[in-house]
Ligand binder design. Structure first.
Ligand code: ATP
Ligand code: MG
Length: 654
């Protein structure tokens, strides 16, 4: 169990009693060390699997953790997001604590905020509504009640988008309307769980009896509310292990600060502190860039930064490419990806990362044109996809009828049987033309075909009998329970926020212009520093190839007034740290991507809301790529979690 860990990681894995804090940079094996720690503790009989609760921030990360634990033989350990752990507890205890069913989740929060604003006689446009909603969300995650909002804004030095007294009034009315309609919002899940555990010692005791050991990954992003929940789970015990990297704090709009991580010893005087600096993920070239990026950082996180030392062999230098316009950037990126795939890099080990989800569409289309498979959605929701559910039903029925099913006539082994059943669900050998939902659906079904192929190949390699459809269905059920999705073969398209904790052989960081990175609405020094950390998260996802690119105009023939991100000053070839020499224009070391020759792209397939996925017809909504009622991309990470919450809820409702 301890093999494959370095001495410091072993210390993490074997320090099973008392509080433990691991402070370490990206790629140093924090997640690896804590999963080994849990597995080691379980094997040693010190940590009872059902008594361990491991929490992290995204479903995807929780899924990865479950996968790693499973491989290490530590099944039965709960690895969840804060929200899903809280929701589970809330649903279980609600009838006893409050009575009746847990109220429904508010679907269209923005509409309710708009209604509250109208009742307060405020005339606001869409972007003001978005800001107002953002303020309400921020208040809630920082546990600020409406009447305290103005004082909190003053205290935190936050740039309030409008008169705080006005916002407080709308906030109070929004809460009242929500209560009147018996609904709860996303933030209420944690607030209510904290409330129940605080007010009902009997219920808190039951939760504490269930869980005795807590592990928190990505602790630098814990919000005050999540911290409070953790304290309530813990009670007066100290069996807590936290790991984090202050330089990767990217959720401060939820009130997260690296202070919880950096002050851990103050709160737990007897804590063991372990620091890791060996970077096992990235080449020295990538690590050099990551260190360079942070060397320009300021603020408390930066004071505590740990210089990374790569353990890997040298790799290629990061590639910087300047394009004339965005379509050319997407096209050029897709062509490079095509070459990587042709040279043998599996598409699933490549990612295109961007600042906001709205940037994805142009890359989807370019990858389709280049004939490269891609996946937009996180693998963690694989089993909740409608096409996968439908396929499950069809496979189950075929397995039940066995040889009597005419669908299966003439099909020689499992893969062809699965292909035959899925053909009935519209699956084809070749991918369909176009991008979007049709392509996504095909990729999901293709993942099932590949799973059947690997199951069959595995059996024959071990000299076993060819698996049956019933075996395949059992495998799917087991994987669905463990949220262990089959690999969806394809390039990952993801926002930087959702890429946290993950890694790929080749990473393309795109759209690195002023206005996008840092994003326009980041104005204060603290917000700019957070954007820098976001880029650091992006850079450190790369194991080997790292490509950084930007486009001088939005569309072909545009004015070309855009400038590369200030964060690359002093790092990209031919630029100085001040940026004075960093103007675009053919400096050595920066590649110049070919243009698309002014060819404008036609969008294929329906435009979908980037928050909820509904296809859009209203011209205003199409322009925004978002439903009127869905939240804007201002708080990207929150919405990522909202989507997770929704899918979790949909799952719970069957
Ligand atoms: P992040 O800050 O991005 O979450 P992390 O510190 O959690 O990164 P891991 O994801 O645990 O890092 O590990 C990064 C990579 O390095 C993984 O591929 C992991 O398997 C590998 N790795 C970690 N420790 C070792 C080790 N001792 N020997 C070999 N490989 C290792
Ligand atoms: Mg990690």
């Amino acid at each position: 169990m301890l093999e494959g860990l370095d001495p410091e990681q072993r210390e993490v894995a074997t320090s099973l009693r008392g509080p433990l804090c691991v402070l370490a940079g990206a790629g140093t094996g924090k997640t690896r060390a804590i999963t080994h720690r849990i597995a080691y503790g379980v094997r040693a009989g010190i940590l009872p699997p059902a008594g361990v609760l491991a929490v992290t921030f995204t479903n995807r990360a929780a899924g990865e953790m479950r996968g790693r634990l499973r491989q290490l033989g530590a099944e039965g350990v709960q690895a969840r997001t804060f929200h899903s752990a809280a929701l589970r507890q809330l649903q279980f205890f609600w009838p006893r604590a409050v009575g009746g069913e847990l109220p429904r989740l508010l679907e269209r929060k923005v509409q309710l905020v708009a209604e509250a604003a109208a009742r307060c006689r405020l005339r606001i446009d869409r972007s003001e509504l978005r800001d107002l909603t953002g303020e309400i969300e921020w208040s809630k995650v920082t546990q600020t009640v409406p009447e305290d909002y103005p004082a909190m804004v003053a205290k935190s030095g936050r740039l309030a988008p409008r008169d705080p007294a006005e916002t407080a009034k709308v906030f109070a009315l929004y809460e009242q309307l929500k209560r009147e309609r018996s609904a709860i919002d996303f933030e209420d899940v944690l607030l209510l769980t904290v409330g129940v555990l605080q007010d009902r010692p009997d219920i808190a005791d039951r939760v504490r009896t269930q869980y005795q050991h807590f592990v928190v990954d990505e602790y630098q992003d814990v919000s005050p509310l999540q911290q409070r929940l953790l304290e309530l789970w813990l009670g007066d015990r100290d069996s807590l292990c936290v790991v984090g990297d202050a330089s990767q704090t990217i959720y401060s709009f939820t009130g997260a600060t690296p202070d919880h991580l950096l002050d851990f010893r103050t709160r737990h005087p007897g804590a063991t502190i372990v620091k890791l600096v060996r970077d096992y993920r990235s080449t020295p070239q990538v690590v050099h860039l990551a260190n360079g990026l942070l060397s320009q950082a300021a603020g408390r996180a930066a004071e505590h930064r740990l210089e990374l030392v790569s353990q890997r062999e040298a790799g290629p230098e990061p590639v910087y490419t300047e394009y004339a316009d965005e379509p050319s950037e997407a096209e050029g990126t897709a062509q490079r990806i095509r070459s990587l795939v042709d040279s043998g890099v599996p598409a699933s080990r490549i990612a295109v990362l961007y600042r906001i989800n709205a940037q994805s569409e142009i890359y989807e289309q370019a990858l389709v044109d280049a004939g490269v498979p891609y996946q937009l959605r996180g693998a963690e929701r694989f089993f909740e996809r409608p096409e996968v559910r439908e396929a499950g039903v069809a496979l189950r029925s075929a397995a039940r009828f066995g040889g009597n099913d005419t669908l299966l006539d003439g099909a020689v082994g499992l893969p062809s049987q699965v292909r035959a059943v899925l053909s009935g669900k519209g699956w084809t050998d070749e991918p369909p033309a176009g991008s979007g939902a049709v392509r996504d659906r095909w990729e999901s079904l293709m993942a099932l075909v590949r799973l059947a192929e690997s199951l069959s190949a595995g059996r024959s390699a071990s000299g076993g009998e060819e698996p049956t459809l019933a075996d395949f269905v059992a495998e799917l059920d087991e994987r669905a329970n463990a949220q262990h999705a089959p690999t969806v073969e394809g390039v990952t398209l993801a926002s930087l926020h959702s890429a946290k904790g993950l890694e790929w052989d080749a990473v393309f960081l795109v759209g690195l212009t002023e206005g996008m990175m840092p994003i326009t609405h980041a104005k204060s020094d603290a917000q700019i520093e957070e954007e820098r950390r976001l880029l650091y998260v992006g850079v450190t996802r790369a194991r080997f190839h790292l490509h950084l690119s930007w486009a001088l105009s939005r569309s072909p023939g545009g004015r070309g007034g855009r400038r590369p991100s200030r964060f690359l000053n002093g790092l990209r070839p031919g630029s100085s740290a001040s940026g004075a020499a960093g103007r675009p224009g053919g400096r050595g070391g920066i590649e110049h991507g070919s243009t698309s020759g002014g060819r404008s792209r036609k969008r294929r397939g329906p435009v979908r809301c980037r928050v909820c996925g509904r296809s859009l017809t209203d011209p205003g909504e199409v322009k925004l790529m978002r439903c009127e009622g869905c939240p804007s991309d201002l708080d990207e990470a929150l919405y990522e979690r909202l989507r997770e919450w929704r899918s979790e809820r949909a799952k719970q409702l069957g």
